[in-house]
Design a protein around this ligand. Structure first.
Ligand code: DAH
Length: 351
């Protein structure tokens, strides 16, 4: 072997051995600069020194060096490829990111069962031609009580244990959280003239010890219809149609006589208890009566019609106030009203 070949062979061996140790792309870059760098790569320097070689050896030496250069460039490219492939393989085996996995499903929210029931009740009355009106939750005592014929010191005020607003206005404590939606009967009559058919949905508040059928916050829908010739049978017809739509034909509906200062006569409508099926004995949900009251109603008191500025010998009206939580309990067989506002997702996800 000529000295030239021997020299090129040892250069090749050395260069390839170093390249074999350069695993990362960064190490390979360093190797490239050391061996093939334009300015002072070792192979480049050898090529540049060709001109000093004895003229008879120059051609053969040049060819060997150029062959070596091609070999080294080829090997470098192969190592680069291998390094890239290894990096990709590492990514997928470490499962850092598997783009083929299905996405995580977004959990969908849903309407609260009381909201769902509220919407269904509104639809039922809206289909009978009632318009929807809204009133304030913080209400004047004047509307909540006096205007609906519950003057101060009237024993009927005890029916609504009130959460008062502490602030005194004109030296008096006269604002409260409305205890029912009935003040909106007055608000509606102030703003419009008969014939009218409106419903007013909303939250109400009571200072009350809670039990299976009583909560301190509750949802009602107030209803009011005033026109010439409105009669008790119209009230009954509307409420029957409402109950049949929400509960179906199977449930029993009963009207009891009742007293509310703003109606005369007054009634309560109840549905047979879903737990004891109107049997009543020892039933906690219906308090042993067999029936669950869902609304109060009656013929609007003539004094209220007159106070609104309408002639009570010409106009009559009916009114009702539905307890939405009660309706929801009956629909789904929920035995305790307190479930609704405890925010327990295990309960709420069922509806
Ligand atoms: N406001 C009554 C309550 O909360 C319910 C009620 C009874 C509303 C009779 C009415 C009615 O409109 O006529 O207990």
């Amino acid at each position: 072997m000529s000295t030239i070949e021997a020299e090129v062979d040892s250069l090749r061996a050395e260069a390839l051995e170093e390249l074999a140790r350069a695993d990362s792309e960064a190490e390979q870059d360093v190797w490239r600069a050391q061996w093939l760098g334009r300015k002072d790569g070792r192979l480049t320097l050898h090529l540049r020194s060709l001109k000093d070689a004895p003229p008879e050896q120059r051609a053969a030496f040049g060819k060997s060096l150029n062959d070596l250069k091609a070999t080294l460039e080829g090997e470098l490219e192969a190592r680069r490829e291998a390094a890239r492939a290894a990096a990709i393989a590492a990514l997928s085996t470490e499962a850092v990111l598997d783009v083929t996995l299905p996405g995580r499903p977004q959990s969908l929210g849903r309407l609260h069962p009381v909201t769902q029931t509220m919407n269904d009740c509104i639809d039922a009355f809206a289909d009978m031609g009632f318009q929807v009106f809204e009133g304030p939750e913080v209400e004047w005592a004047r509307y909540n009580f006096d205007a609906v014929r519950i003057p101060e010191d009237h024993p009927a005020r005890d029916m609504w244990d009130t959460i008062w607003i502490d602030t005194l206005i004109d030296g008096e404590r006269n604002m409260l959280l409305r205890t029912h939606t009935s003040p909106n009967q007055i608000r509606v009559m102030e703003q419009s003239d008969p014939p009218m058919r409106v419903i007013v949905p909303g939250k109400c508040y009571r200072q009350e010890a809670t039990d299976a059928t009583h909560e301190w916050m509750l949802t009602q829908i107030e209803g009011l219809a005033v026109d010439e010739g409105v009669r008790m049978s119209d009230l009954k017809g509307a409420l029957y149609a409402f109950a049949r739509r929400l509960f179906g034909d199977e449930r029993q509906i009963i009207f009891h006589h009742s007293y509310f200062p703003f109606v005369e006569p007054g009634v309560e409508m109840a549905i047979d208890c879903f737990l004891c099926r109107a049997d009543g004995s020892n039933c906690r949900t219906c308090h042993g009566t067999g029936w669950i009251e869902i609304l109060g109603a009656g013929m609007v008191h003539p004094e209220i019609i007159e106070n609104a500025g309408y002639d009570s010998s010409r106009y009559t009206g009916f009114a009702f106030g539905v307890g939405i939580e009660r309706v929801a309990m009956l629909r789904w067989g929920i035995e305790d009203i307190r479930h609704f506002y405890q925010n327990d997702l295990r309960f709420l996800r069922q509806f």
